[in-house]
Design a protein around this ligand. Structure first.
Ligand code: XIL
Length: 508
């Protein structure tokens, strides 16, 4: 079965369908540490394209492989956060120095468990085949068997997703045996009149109900997808619009995963709250070391906000600029070091220019309670407003990672009102509540903040940072597979918790 013709290869980062096949360009995408070091390569997976359902022995054949070309078959898409990528079992075949290199990951480590360099003298365009027979994978080049590697769970998971890297054209790709090709699902999900979004839309003053969504789970997990489309009318890309993902190499943009989230949102009538143009984390290494920071910042905003203009409703233009310990109340991050506090003004101006219709936010954590962080934030946004900087609103993240992060709703309300007096909108942008097993307190926290947002006329959206513990960002990622956190309104089994019921009650 032909896996190129009639299938979607246009939403595959770094790839472009052409008349003669799918052109693959190297992105040099990496997962980077918060302080900038490269941690793991992050080659793209064709999430929106065809994948295979495998029920037994199977053969995959492709042509066009030249030196440096890689094709990778993943049992499941990797789980990707800013600082780590969890490999599921996968097989990568490529041509390196005239040999066929086969590497197998077993899903338990970021390193390949087996790597073999097979054959010799391979040149020009090579036809590569991968044949799975039980626990053994045989690799062939130009029809000739070169050797075997272990299966390590690559095929036995029952699905196979495609990734590629290098600089080459994938001229043909086909599969045979106990296998079926499956394309990306239709994005539209069944609505429900009982959902949070239905209730929030029926309020005398409707508000948005949002969640951060990740592209991997969205394509892989039908139950996650159904809840995302049914319960929420606003979507924030959790990681897929951050600079290390969208501009991995200077001037090379990779929007496929983010575009997929935007497509999903639009198919379900959800507003996209885009996140985030300027931050000091999740940056590609080249961005940190560039000497012309101002050009980098403006070019990034122009390109990224420009790309999504007309398809997203809002942007987090500047994320987490506050540090109350500095005398000016600002985080002295790389942008500040290069441009001083003017980086904030410049960023908002560039965003307004690139997407004149988007509502522009500054997004901050830890400013819900009274204290230095709130004071510094208030001072900053007041100054921006007074100076005519095009800022429309403030996102208050509302992460409750520790007991000390809990803020009485009335304190929070006071801050929402103070921002209203400055002419600013507010959104609760990233709420999650680590419960430590106390679902009742968790429910009270979610519902209390939601009630404030419902009642304060300048609060536009109540947004949570994910919705299910199955993919929550508070997971313990030191273990494989990650140990789910407990901070979101749906359990890891996707059943609603008390927090869900309490929120629904506030929206009645
Ligand atoms: C988090 C993501 O949820 C994680 O997957 C990632 O590893 C780190 O970033 N404030 C923000 C978000 O503005 O972008 C962060 O998201 C959470 C804190």
């Amino acid at each position: 079965m032909d896996l190129l013709a009639g299938h979607d290869w246009s939403h595959f980062a770094g790839a472009a369908p052409t008349g003669s096949g799918v052109r693959i360009s190297p992105l040099d995408r990496w997962i980077t540490a918060t302080e900038g070091a490269r941690l793991q390569p992050n080659p793209p997976v064709n999430l929106a394209g065809p994948h295979l359902e495998v029920s037994g022995d199977v053969q995959v054949d492709f042509t066009g492989a030249v030196n440096g070309a890689y094709l990778q078959l993943y049992a499941k898409p990797p789980v990707i956060y800013d600082e780590w990528r969890q490999e599921r079992p996968s097989l990568r075949v490529g041509i390196v120095g005239g040999k066929l290199e086969a590497a197998v990951w077993d899903g338990k480590s970021t390193k390949a468990v087996e790597t073999k360099k097979l054959g010799s003298g391979l040149s020009g365009e090579v036809a590569v085949s991968v044949r799975r027979s039980g626990g053994t994978i045989t690799v062939l080049a130009n029809g000739k068997s070169l050797g075997t590697v272990g299966e390590h769970g690559v095929f036995s998971a029952g699905t196979l997703w495609f990734g590629a890297d290098g600089s080459w054209t994938l001229k043909s790709l086909s599969a045979s045996g106990s296998v079926r090709a499956v394309d990306a699902p239709g994005w539209h999900q069944a609505p429900s009149s009982n959902s949070l979004r239905a209730k929030a839309s029926a309020l005398p003053r409707p508000i948005g109900i949002g969640a951060a969504i990740a592209s991997g789970p969205l394509v892989e997990d039908a139950a996650y997808r159904a809840i995302a489309g049914r319960e929420f009318n606003a979507l924030t890309p959790e990681n897929d619009m951050k600079p290390q993902f969208v501009q991995p190499t200077r001037g090379v943009f990779a929007f496929a995963e983010a575009d997929l989230l935007v497509d999903f949102a639009r198919a379900n009538g959800m507003a996209v709250h885009a996140h985030t143009l300027v931050w000091f984390e999740a940056l590609p290494t080249w961005m940190r070391s560039a000497s012309d920071k101002k050009t980098v910042l403006i070019d990034h905003i122009k390109a990224v906000a420009g790309h999504f203009a007309g398809r997203v409703a809002e942007w987090d233009v500047v994320n987490e600029p506050i540090n109350e310990d500095n005398s000016d109340g600002l985080e002295h991050n790389l942008w500040y070091q290069a441009m001083g506090k003017d980086y904030i003004t410049q960023a908002f101006k560039a965003a307004r220019q690139a997407d004149p219709h988007a509502v522009l936010y500054l997004n901050e954590y830890g400013a819900e309670p009274d204290g230095g962080r709130w004071d510094a934030l208030y001072k900053l946004v007041k100054e921006l407003k007074v100076n005519g900087v095009p800022i429309d609103g403030v996102g208050l993240q509302n992460h409750e990672y520790e007991k000390g992060d809990r803020t009485p709703p009335e304190t929070f309300r006071k801050h929402v009102k103070a921002l209203a007096a400055l002419g600013l909108k507010v959104r609760i942008s990233e709420m999650d509540v680590v419960s430590g097993g106390d679902d009742t307190t968790q429910a009270r926290e979610f519902a209390g903040k939601l009630a404030v947002c419902r009642d304060e006329p300048n609060c536009t959206t109540f947004g949570m940072w994910g919705f299910t513990d199955r993919y929550g960002s508070t997971a313990n990622t030191d273990v494989t597979p990650p140990q789910p956190g407990d901070a979101l309104p749906w359990t890891a089994n996707l059943t609603p918790k008390k927090a869900y019921t309490s929120m629904a009650n506030e929206l009645k």
